[in-house]
Design a protein around this ligand. Structure first.
Ligand code: NAD
Length: 332
């Protein structure tokens, strides 16, 4: 049967728009977290191009090859081991590169070393782009300073505040939701709860807004103060616990990265508790920490200042103080 060509009357060729817009994500650091984040984004079809960069070129190429070999099973995307020139057309750059703590090394020494590494990476990225949104994940110590690294990255980049931010307490909030959901007998995504402040020990659970279908969790018969305290403590210790058992944490953070990147690329205006530079929220300035943030194509479009009770506010201020002290101790 002949196929009839449907041409317009004036016989002009119709230029169809590209079926899919090219979206490019560059992942710097292809250790456990970076490579698992790349895998998750590839499986979930989040971006059409995923590029890996690492100082360890061999490992980086190996990770890219391993991912490419699975491309026939998932939505089509292109994956390769690249270099900083690939940041030129990047929509998002995810930074997961960094060094872990060595025996005898102090917290501050490590923070200073990683600040230098992050500074160098940002410089190279900025050589090629001022457009990409930069998502910080590097958190060289379990007991901190993602918020400090986010501050370093922002200041070194010279980019607007909304364009450089960290995953913050997104992962912690997911852990907290999971643990509370277990206690209340509901699915984790039905439990609305989050933490703000430092991605670390001083993070603040916002119980005054933790709810199930709009009803505060304290109104339910399942509520028990000890149960919530246990969930909070378990959340804070979770990373250390997983690291003790298997050496690193990467699945949950990779899912968090993939979800945030999707919100950026699809201009979703989704709200996550992300770490960004505060500009007067709750009277706090010149410090990066997590608050609920509206995320879309340009990065953080708005930081929400929800009403906190006195205890939450006091804890948030304490958390900000802890981060500020570390920021001050690093010579930028
Ligand atoms: P890893 O040691 O497996 O990987 C780090 C990678 O960074 C290595 O491949 C290394 O070669 C690379 N690297 C080091 N210096 C570099 C540089 N200058 N340029 C490019 N690459 C460089 O560590 P991991 O388990 O993948 O963790 C990565 C980071 O993510 C750590 O800081 C970890 O603490 C952090 N993390 C954060 C969260 C969070 O919630 N934000 C959760 C889990 C892990």
């Amino acid at each position: 049967m002949a196929v009839k060509k449907m041409l317009p009357k004036n016989n002009k060729k119709i230029l169809s728009p590209p079926l899919v817009e090219t979206t490019r994500v560059v992942v710097v650091g292809t250790g456990f977290v970076g490579s698992t984040a790349a895998y998750t984004m590839m499986v979930q079809g989040v971006a059409s191009e995923i590029i890996l960069i690492d100082v360890n070129k061999n490992k980086c190429e190996g990770e890219a090859m391993d991912l490419e070999h699975g491309l026939s099973f998932v939505k089509q995307s292109r994956v390769w081991a690249g270099d900083y020139s690939d940041c030129k057309d990047a929509d998002v750059v995810v930074i997961t590169a960094g060094l872990g703590q060595k025996p005898g090394q102090t917290r501050l020494e490590l923070a200073a070393i990683n600040a230098k590494i992050i500074g160098g990476i940002i410089e190279q990225i900025r050589h090629y782009t001022d457009k990409a949104v930069i998502l910080m994940v590097t958190n060289p110590l379990v007991t901190n300073p993602l918020d400090v690294m986010t501050y370093v990255a922002l200041k070194k980049s010279g980019l607007p505040n909304y364009q450089v931010f960290g995953t913050g307490t997104t992962l912690d909030s997911s852990r907290f939701r999971y643990l509370l959901a277990q206690e209340f007998g509901v699915a984790p995504d039905s439990m609305a709860a989050y933490l703000i402040g430092e991605h670390g020990d001083s993070e603040v659970p916002v119980i005054s807004h933790a709810n199930l279908m709009g009803e505060n969790i304290t109104s339910f018969k399942e509520y028990d103060q000890k149960l919530v305290d246990d969930a909070y403590n378990h959340t804070k210790n979770a990373a250390q616990e997983v690291i003790c058992k298997k050496g690193a944490t990467y699945y949950a953070i990779a899912l968090a990265i993939s979800r945030i990147v999707r919100a950026i690329l699809f201009d979703e205006d989704h709200v996550f508790p992300l770490s960004s530079l505060l500009t007067g929220q709750y009277g706090l300035n010149d410090v990066c920490l997590s608050l609920p943030s509206v995320v879309g194509r340009t990065g953080i479009k708005r930081v929400l200042e929800v009403k906190l009770n006195d205890e939450e506010l006091q804890k948030l201020r304490q958390s900000a103080k802890i981060i500020s002290e570390t920021i001050k101790s690093i010579k930028l």
